[in-house]
Design a protein around this ligand. Structure first.
Ligand code: NAP
Length: 250
């Protein structure tokens, strides 16, 4: 159990973020649920956790905004006075298309949430966790994607590139803070059954592509959550700078 630790999950109103928050609460973490827009969805997740006896609070913030990220971590300070773990889960993709058809503003939106957002949250977390700043250490997991390896041709090369950059951030930061009590790792989910694929214009995408997965199925958010929780836990005490694929062998 990880009782008493405080965990912040970005993008926790649904999908992998919500599953991670629920599992963390069941394992004894106090959980901060960040979300961008869907207050009703996040309140439903929070209510489930509270009903089960967990400590939980929901905080609205767009992770691509430096001011909102600062306010988000300020809210964590106010509510709990400590932070032990961060999961940078919030991520977006947009309509499937070829690279030459992408509007530059779209590419900027994707990079703002998928790369700048985690970077800003890592800055705030390190300032609180690092022994260099008087902190007690901690663990960070960045939710990347198998797309960082495959490049998502014909669908969203911009999204894949943002996840590749996120992996590089994970590797560099892990090394930078390795002697300061902080472990930084990534998970790279494959095709997971969540609402995210609707943003690409194809809600049923996982069923279309699952035949290409060695295990011949899509994954479930809970299966990714278990990998994230392992990386956050003391069971992973010598694991940092690692990228764990959760992709059915793909
Ligand atoms: P999802 O169901 O679309 O959920 C995305 C979550 O992120 C929502 O809670 C959303 O909040 C939040 N969010 C989006 N932009 C945000 C922002 N700027 N600031 C704060 N929160 C924001 O996605 P998912 O499938 O669970 O994906 C979670 C992560 O896994 C993402 O990083 C994604 O790239 C990665 N991933 C997913 C798959 C897959 O197949 N599903 C595969 C590989 C990697 P609101 O609803 O409140 O806007």
């Amino acid at each position: 159990m990880d009782t008493g630790r405080v965990l912040l999950v970005t993008g926790a109103s649904r999908g992998i973020g919500a599953a991670t928050a629920r599992l963390a609460a069941a394992r004894g973490y106090a959980v901060v649920l960040n979300y961008r827009s869907d207050a009703a969805a996040v309140q439903a997740v929070a209510a489930d956790i509270a009903t089960a006896g967990g400590m939980v609070v929901a905080v609205q913030a767009d992770v691509s905004s430096p001011a909102e990220v600062a306010a988000l971590f300020g809210a964590v300070d106010q509510r709990f006075g400590r932070l032990d773990a961060l999961v940078n889960n919030a991520g977006v993709l947009e309509t499937q298309m070829r690279l030459e058809d992408m509007d530059p503003a779209r590419v900027q939106r994707v990079f703002a949430t998928n790369l700048l957002g985690p970077l800003l949250c890592c800055q705030q977390a390190v300032r609180r966790m690092s022994t260099r700043h008087g902190g007690a250490g901690g663990a960070i997991v960045n939710v990347s994607s198998v797309a960082a390896r495959t490049g998502s041709p014909g669908e969203y090369v911009d999204y894949a590139a943002s996840k590749g950059a996120l992996d590089t951030l994970t590797i560099g930061l892990a090394s930078e803070v390795a002697q300061e009590g902080i472990r930084v790792n990534g998970v790279r989910p494959g095709f997971i059954h969540t609402g995210m694929h609707a943003s690409g214009g194809e809600p049923g995408r996982v069923d279309r592509v699952k035949a290409t997965v060695p295990m011949r199925r899509g994954g479930h958010a809970e299966e990714v959550a278990r990998a994230i929780l392992w990386l956050l836990s003391d069971e992973a005490s010598f694991t940092t700078g690692s990228l764990l694929d959760v992709a059915g062998g793909r």
